[in-house]
Design a protein around this ligand. Structure first.
Ligand code: PGA
Length: 254
């Protein structure tokens, strides 16, 4: 597939996989995807598996992401994980503001923005998630919601930092539900996000930022989604938990 921006496909394992299960999965992925150069490949295991998975992917084309990070560098923040700890395991990407954290941990756009600055300060790349709920979409508020989330979550980023930031558009109503946005709905939202980035930063930045689609991405819909002009990859939840389905998503996207 000939794309203006290199595709980036990341597996968000969420709260799944013990260390042994994580190693099983990653060994399978290495075997299946060893030759893939056309797509940036990322796996985001739970924190507890980062150490072992980092060793397993050392000599491969799989890069490591974390599912969250503290805005602070060190200190009395029980239960939090700092950038320097992630860097020990060669983590390159950090998912921020996932809708599950926005919903269950009450993460705000302002907090996501502070975390994004901390991620960049550590020379890591944030994957910042945005997306509307079903009620918001049905009320015709999709664009307004995305604009609020993006202006809030990207506040304070420089143009240089924005270019190194990945946006994941994840319509909340389609996460883990088996419902996917139609390719037209995905493209419409992605084009809206890119146009907004043009206004917030500039056209050059907007053209370079990679925007992933996420929510029930699977082998059967990956190709059509990835063929859309402004879809530059995927953030995959459920289908990233098995070697076959994650590998097929990637093969079907090439
Ligand atoms: P899903 O999750 O692929 O299971 O819908 C995507 C995500 O939440 O990142």
């Amino acid at each position: 597939m000939n794309k203006e921006r290199k595709l980036i496909i990341a597996g968000n394992w969420k709260m799944n996989k013990t260390v042994a299960e994580a190693l099983d999965l990653v060994r399978g992925l290495k075997l299946d995807l060893g030759g893939v150069k056309e797509v940036d490949l990322v796996v985001c295991p739970p924190f507890t598996a980062l150490c072992e998975v980092s060793k397993a992917v050392l000599d491969s084309n799989l890069r490591l992401g974390a599912q969250n990070m503290s805005e602070h560098n060190v200190g009395a923040y029980t239960g939090e994980i700092a950038a320097v700890m992630l860097k020990e395991f060669s983590v390159r990407y950090v998912i921020l503001g996932h809708s599950e954290r926005r919903q269950y941990q009450m993460e705000s756009d302002a907090l996501v923005a502070r975390k994004a600055l901390a991620v960049h300060a550590a020379s890591l790349k944030p994957i910042i998630c945005v997306g509307e709920t079903l009620a918001q979409r049905e009320a015709g508020q999709m664009q307004k919601v995305l604009e609020t989330q993006l202006r809030g979550s990207l506040a304070g980023l420089s143009k240089e930092q924005m270019v190194e930031t990945i946006i994941a558009y994840e319509p909340v109503w389609a996460i883990g539900t088996g419902k996917t946005a139609t390719t037209a709905q995905a493209q419409e939202a992605h084009a809206f996000i890119r146009a907004l980035l043009g206004k917030m930063f500039d056209e050059t930045v907007a053209r370079r930022v990679r925007i992933q689609y996420g929510s029930s991405v699977k082998p059967s819909n990956a190709r059509e989604l990835m063929s859309q002009l402004d879809v530059d990859g995927a953030l995959v939840g459920g289908a990233s938990l098995e070697t076959r389905s994650f590998a097929d998503i990637i093969k079907n996207s090439i």
